[in-house]
Design a protein around this ligand. Structure first.
Ligand SMILES: NC(=O)c1ccc[n+]([C@@H]2O[C@H](COP(=O)([O-])OP(=O)(O)OC[C@H]3O[C@@H](n4cnc5c(N)ncnc54)[C@H](OP(=O)(O)O)[C@@H]3O)[C@@H](O)[C@H]2O)c1
Length: 285
């Protein structure tokens, strides 16, 4: 495990840090001696998560309760930082509109673009420039396996996650020449509160357990957020790649699926979404 305070600087900014994967990522950053600025909308769980990580890992935290959808996001975060320099940044927050495209309000689709595309662009531009000026820094953009193909009932979410994937990959190539590391984190099914809630709404077997009884053969089980975060940091402790898979299984599946047709991939994923993972299938992640 590397000392990121030595490697990058003192403070990490984790956007979407109060629960699930974001909280687990915050804890891994703290294990590498970074102090944390933790951001989410709901203040109480955010403060609770920060207190727990401080008590367990002995670093300093600062919490900022705010919505990533606001259009003055850069000014709001800078004001909240009160002069703290950000050395390491993880964009984990996400909007996740679910349902057929035409059945949702266009405002929902636009909020998805604000939270998953516009805000990460604004924040990377702002903090990336500062990191380049200092000649060091690290940026992780959380994407999804949903970025790999059009996906039934998550049409604009998948499209936005594809944007984040390509954003992270492009930044990897540009920023490494300035001493700044960047990547797109490819996240597959992860047993977070948001994942559980969405499974409950869809009535799938994963609503109450990450490994439920009666699950059909070939259905990939969700990863625990702590394992996903540990896997990310184990990889970037060594080498940063343009795209990093949180779950090694998903990387193997992506390689195995590389030669499949778009029609097959999109229809298989659609089938999985429609049936709530009840039917046997080949793994798609
Ligand atoms: N879980 C999965 O199976 C899965 C699969 C593929 C990709 N991913 C990706 O992995 C990342 C984390 O996934 P998750 O949804 O399961 O989340 P999570 O890490 O369990 O929680 C989301 C965090 O972001 C905060 N957040 C959400 N919307 C926000 C907003 N508009 N402004 C500020 N903070 C916000 C939440 O707190 P508040 O609600 O209090 O704001 C929470 O702290 C996301 O980028 C997601 O797309 C997840």
């Amino acid at each position: 495990m590397r000392d990121y305070r030595e490697r990058y600087g003192e403070w990490a900014l984790i956007l979407g840090a109060s629960q699930g994967l974001g909280r687990a990522i915050a804890a891994e950053a703290a294990r590498r001696k970074l102090n944390l600025v933790m951001v989410a909308r709901r203040e109480a769980p955010l403060i609770e998560a920060a207190r727990e990580i401080e008590a367990e890992l002995g670093i300093q935290t600062k919490t900022l309760a705010m919505d990533m959808a606001r259009d003055d996001i850069v000014d709001a975060i800078e004001a909240g930082l009160g002069g703290i320099d950000i050395a390491f940044m993880v964009y984990n927050a996400a909007a996740e509109p679910h349902g057929e495209f035409l059945e949702q309000d266009v405002a929902t689709h636009l909020e998805n673009i604000a939270v998953n595309c516009t805000t990460p662009t604004l924040l990377v531009h702002h903090f990336g420039r500062k990191m380049v000026a200092r000649g060091r820094g690290g940026i992780v953009i959380c994407s999804s396996l949903a970025a790999d193909q059009g996906i039934y009932s998550y049409v604009t979410y998948g499209a936005a996650k594809a944007y984040e994937m390509i954003l992270g990959e492009g930044l990897w190539e540009e920023l490494r020449h300035h001493g700044v590391d960047a990547t797109a984190l490819m996240v597959g099914s992860t047993y977070t509160p948001n994942f559980r809630e969405s499974q409950r709404k869809k009535g799938t077997l994963f609503a109450d357990s990450p490994a439920p009884e009666g699950i059909a053969e070939g259905i990939p089980l969700p990863q625990l957020p702590e394992d996903a975060a540990a896997s990310l940091f184990a990889q970037i402790d060594g080498e940063w790649l343009p795209r990093i898979f949180a779950n090694p299984r998903d990387e193997q599946n992506a390689i195995a699926n590389r030669d499949k047709s778009r029609v097959e991939m999109i229809m298989r994923m659609g089938d999985a979404m429609r049936t709530g993972w009840r039917k046997p299938m080949d793994p798609v992640g």
